[in-house]
Design a protein around this ligand. Structure first.
Ligand code: TTP
Ligand code: MG
Length: 389
């Protein structure tokens, strides 16, 4: 069955919130940015974008381009408050809502037509619903999969609504510049350009093994995307039903060894929390934020629920290795959702219990490590990343 996926992305989110809260700023160039030593633009209102100001630009440069702009600090708490209102409005349409950043979400609206109307009608109602709840505007993309829905929502920003129907997929792929493909980093753009690729459709001319050799496992995903294929499901993610851990890296990096080490630290925290609470989870989600603040998440469903650090790390690592290796990341995190109670916690503590062959052998080692850490502190025992591949 063809899926119908909707992607929603708020317009100039932080700047629009500032304009909402301060009426005199409306219709004016508003630039929101950090005041720390990083000093970059978080976002700019569409009025400021006309002067060439954009996200991630150093503030001093934005001031040169737009000297009469209104420069404001980031008020994260307020943006998060509105983000929560937006997400709960979306959940009024379907429980299948996957939030992917503060101002973006996917909705799987397949099969809701009888209840909610045609896809375009649903898109309009989503926009109206968000406007009614927050007074803010957003752009909506509707397509047969997540990748194309995201591309669609970008097409008519701000306040847009774009639908890519199955018969329009080819045309979009033919025109899409390779650098617009979500997940493609700067280095991969250069590599692909050298191979004569400037649009996504050009990828199809390359052999799979050339793509994998040049762009790693991500090459395979690119090939799928070039055929309009993206089977990734919309995964609703709720705070209460998941355990996750994430951290900003000391500096932006594409060094796999550093990313692996950080991933292991986060997987260890998640695994420990699961075991401490007598839980297992069945969906592992890797979350990354790139140096240009774009957030990516990838999920995998396990064959059966687990709470082993080893397994969580290993699945997270596979997801990491499937991403474009040339992207520089500023944050990495891992989470596990679809939690269920761990069966037989008591039994497992029973020394006389027969060894369950299906039990991950690492779990017992990890339990012993948990106990040592609880008694002697978290530095009392550590595992080496090389143990885990
Ligand atoms: P985006 O959705 O990428 O941008 P936007 O909502 O400001 O504008 P658009 O209309 O093009 O969607 O990001 C959402 C928010 O995330 C943005 O308002 C501020 C924050 N952000 C940063 O802090 N730094 C960045 O580099 C980017 C891209 C976003
Ligand atoms: Mg946005």
């Amino acid at each position: 069955m063809n899926r119908i996926i909707l992607h929603i992305d708020m317009d100039a989110f932080y700047a629009s919130v500032e304009q909402l809260d301060h009426a005199p700023f409306r219709g004016k160039p508003v630039i929101v940015g950090g005041t720390s030593n990083r000093g970059v633009v978080s976002t700019a209102s569409y009025e400021a974008r006309k002067f060439g100001v954009h996200s991630a630009m150093p503030i001093f440069q934005a001031k040169q381009k737009c000297p009469h702009g209104i420069f404001l600090p980031v008020r994260m708490m307020r943006y998060k408050e509105l983000s929560r209102q937006i997400m709960s409005t979306l959940e009024g349409f379907t429980p299948l809502v996957e939030q992917i950043s503060i101002d973006e979400a996917y909705l799987d609206i397949s099969g809701t037509e009888r209840l909610l109307g045609t896809p375009v009608e649903i898109g309009c109602r989503v926009k109206e619903g968000i406007k009614a709840a927050t007074s803010l505007s957003c752009s909506v993309g509707i397509a047969p999969n997540k990748f194309l829905a995201k591309i669609a929502s970008e097409m008519k920003k701000p306040d847009g609504l774009t639908i890519i129907r199955p018969d329009g997929v080819q045309g979009v792929i033919d025109r899409l510049p390779i650098e617009k493909v979500p997940g493609v980093g700067e280095k991969t753009v250069l590599i692909l350009r050298n191979l004569g690729v400037s649009r996504l459709v050009d990828v199809r001319r390359l052999h799979e093994h050339t793509l994998i050799e040049k762009a790693g496992k991500f090459g395979r995903r690119l090939l799928d995307l070039s055929k309009g294929i993206d089977t990734s499901p919309v995964l609703p993610y709720t705070e209460a039903k998941s355990i996750s851990s994430e951290d900003t890296l000391p500096e932006d990096t594409d060094d796999m060894e550093i990313l692996k080490r950080q991933l292991l630290i986060q997987a260890e925290l998640v695994g420990r929390k699961l075991r401490k609470n007598g839980l297992k989870g069945s969906t592992v989600t890797l979350k990354l934020k790139s140096s240009d603040f774009k957030q990516t998440s990838r999920s995998v469903t396990l064959d059966e629920p687990a709470n082993s650090t080893n397994l969580i790390y290993e699945r997270g690592l596979r997801l990491l290795q499937d991403l474009d290796a040339s992207t520089r990341f500023r944050l990495i995190g891992i989470g596990i959702s679809n939690l269920s109670p761990e069966k037989g916690v008591i039994e497992q503590l029973n020394l006389f219990k027969k060894l369950d062959v299906r039990e991950d052998p690492w779990v017992n080692v990890e339990r012993a490590m948990d106990t040592i850490k609880d008694r002697f502190g978290k530095n009392a025992i550590k595992r080496g990343a090389h143990d885990l591949g």
